[in-house]
Design a protein around this ligand. Structure first.
Ligand code: UD1
Length: 331
């Protein structure tokens, strides 16, 4: 509930008048993340410190949530590990947290009679893209334990949906979430040196790191650097809200890309960040990162047709909001 995406989800649900309860084990957030979220929502939130793998504690949290907020309509599941490189070093930990944690959550949901489930999947399930833009029907594959954990969960959700005609499950495949809440009160707080591009770029902008290492400039892309589909975190969570509204009316299993459909290169991201912050971002071209691919961007038309959702923020908004947050987090 206090991680990067989930905290923005809670803020939106709260703003729209929904009753929200949540758990987190603070593995990638802090008690201050919860406090900032409560400041933004101007209320105390129904929250329990729980590891998603702990069945007893999860059931306790669901019991409290039911007592305080009434019967639970839907569960949105954001709890997972997401660092690709790390996943190859400690695969068992990834499988335990991501796969066993999800199974535990689904088992608790069954025991509490909760039938609606929104799962945070990733464009990583497309592996090496067979085509761009990527549509939901493209073949899936996994190239590392993190990706395998997402793919395995996607597949087991098919079995669970097939076995129970009352289940309503949506798998959301995120492209590259960036940005922060426009209030500047919440945003991403990566532990240590960031793996992902934009958190790294902002650490260079705030002077914490000397330069951005651009992983390869010899891809078959517009300027040779990697192209990705960056999506504002607030658009991403509004996609979840649309998905859960759709589930309230539709049984079965659904899958949607959440992206903008536009691709930007690493150099374009650096240049736009320089333009918006007014700060020179030094960079150096380095080797390709193992496992990276040249170009990944979404065909986002299915979510538009079925969910009536599309991304609204543009690249400059994403960078501006993340910059507001990075400056605050740096203080
Ligand atoms: C990565 C993961 C992906 C995961 C996603 C969200 C890999 C191979 N993929 O996606 O599975 O779902 O994060 O957590 O790790 N880049 C640089 N310098 C940097 C960092 C990145 O040049 O210091 C480049 C990359 O080569 C890439 C682009 O920036 O072209 C975006 O990288 P990143 O933010 O790590 O996202 P993905 O690799 O798309």
């Amino acid at each position: 509930m206090t991680g990067y995406i989930a905290s923005h989800m809670v803020a939106l649900l709260h703003e729209q008048g929904h009753k929200v309860s949540g758990v987190d084990n603070f593995s990638n957030s802090t008690i201050e993340s919860l406090e900032r979220l409560e400041t933004l929502c101007e209320t105390d939130l129904v929250f329990e410190e729980v590891d998603v793998c702990n069945e007893e504690r999860l059931k306790f949290a669901l019991t409290i949530a039911t007592k305080v907020n009434g019967p639970i309509d839907a569960v949105m599941h954001f709890a997972g590990l997401k660092a690709v490189g790390e996943s190859s070093k400690i695969p068992l930990h990834y499988y335990q947290t991501n796969i066993a944690g999800t199974l535990n959550l689904l088992g608790c949901m069954r025991d509490f009679g909760i039938k609606q489930f929104v799962f945070s999947s990733s464009a990583t399930v497309y592996g090496v893209p067979e085509t761009t833009p990527l549509h939901e029907g493209c073949r899936t594959q996994s190239t590392n334990p993190y990706g395998r954990s997402k793919l395995v969960i996607e597949e087991l959700l098919e079995d669970i949906a097939a076995a129970d005609p009352e289940m309503r499950i949506t798998r959301l495949r995120y492209f590259n979430p960036v940005g922060a809440h426009p209030s500047g009160l919440i945003g991403e707080l990566p532990n240590g040196i960031p793996n992902n591009l934009m958190p790294y770029v902002f650490k260079v902008a705030t002077g914490e790191l000397p330069q951005v290492n651009v992983f390869g400039n010899d891809y078959e892309t517009k300027d040779g650097t990697g192209v990705r589909d960056y999506i504002h975190v607030c658009d991403l969570v509004s996609g979840h809200l649309s998905a859960v509204k759709h589930l309230a009316k539709n049984k079965g299993l659904f899958t949607f890309n959440l992206g903008t459909g536009k691709g930007y290169s690493v150099l374009e991201m650096i240049q736009r960040t320089e333009a918006i912050t007014g700060i020179k971002i030094p960079y150096a071209i380095s080797e390709r990162r193992p496992g990276d691919v040249g170009e990944v961007y979404a065909d986002a038309s299915l979510a538009k047709h079925v969910l009536n959702w599309e991304a609204e923020y543009n690249l400059d908004d994403m960078i501006y909001h993340q910059w507001q947050w990075a400056r605050k987090a740096d203080q």
